[in-house]
Design a protein around this ligand. Structure first.
Ligand code: SF4
Length: 263
């Protein structure tokens, strides 16, 4: 999977003729649009197949590359030492299946990379889960909350993370007053004393050592409501920054789909 760090990484692969066939004024403007997810790389008829494969899905969606990355990680399960991994990350091992709690629900994987769970496993969940199994250190949370922006490797992707996760969570929270009750009931979240001057704070666990806190602030003095999300400062020891991006954004997509389904 290729997640460009900035628009220039995409620009380098374009023709640079500024032909405007993509509808943008220049190749650089087009690169920016692909980076933010506003346009698909396929909108440039002059991009070769390798470039399309590299950036299809933009910077904020996993696209085909996410599936390819997930498949590569699934293959690695064949050589993963499940005994060692279970001890390291606090998973349980039953026969050939390593199982970990994800959002309060059991998710298992076997040596063929097959998932055993009632949850729908897409790259947003599968990639972080398998990265955690392979490389997570199992460092317990310290209760020191940090923004995704302050996680090593998170700063460059923060604007996109903010748009895809925090802004969409805010829309959901503003339009669905029962959102936080649903989080508690559906995903084993816990309401905690409000943090960072918020009005509601809930904590859920992507993995047992990777908590995620959502803080909602009511509209005060006409400044508008706000949602900020936080990871524990130890999160980067347990899963890489890209996987933390996937977890926050993928969880938001899942909530949006649930909201659409149930109104
Ligand atoms: S169509 Fe492709 S080559 Fe032409 S301006 Fe757009 S990005 Fe550049």
């Amino acid at each position: 999977m290729s997640r460009p760090k900035n628009a220039m990484e995409i620009f380098k692969h374009l023709e640079k003729s500024n032909c405007r066939e993509c509808g943008e004024k220049s190749c650089l403007a087009f690169a920016g649009a692909v980076f933010t997810g506003a346009k698909s790389i396929d909108a440039c008829p002059r991009a070769d197949e390798a470039t399309r494969a590299l950036f299809r899905g933009g910077a904020g969606e996993t696209g085909d590359n996410g599936d390819i990355y997930l498949a590569a990680l699934q293959e690695k399960m064949g050589t993963c030492d499940f005994d060692e991994a279970s001890r390291r990350i606090g998973a349980t091992l039953s026969g050939e299946v390593l199982t970990l709690k994800v959002l309060g629900k059991d998710v298992g994987v076997d040596h063929q990379g097959r998932f055993h769970t009632d949850l729908h496993v897409n790259p947003y969940l599968g990639v972080p889960f398998l990265n955690h199994v392979l490389d997570g250190k199992g460092v317990p949370a310290k209760g020191q909350w940090v923004s995704y922006r302050d996680i090593p490797g998170g700063r460059e992707q923060y604007n996109l993370f903010h748009r895809r996760c925090e802004e969409n969570l805010l829309r959901l929270a503003d339009g669905h007053t029962g959102l936080f009750d649903d989080l508690v009931h559906l995903f084993d979240a816990k309401e905690v004393p409000p943090q960072f001057q918020s009005d509601i704070s809930v904590v859920l666990h992507f993995f047992p050592t990777v908590p995620f806190m959502i803080c909602y602030c009511n509209d005060q003095d006409g400044l508008g409501s706000a949602v900020n999300v936080y990871y524990d400062s130890t999160a980067i020891e347990n899963v890489d920054a890209e996987s933390l991006f996937y977890l926050g954004v993928g969880f938001t997509y899942m909530l949006e789909r649930l909201a659409l389904r149930h109104g």
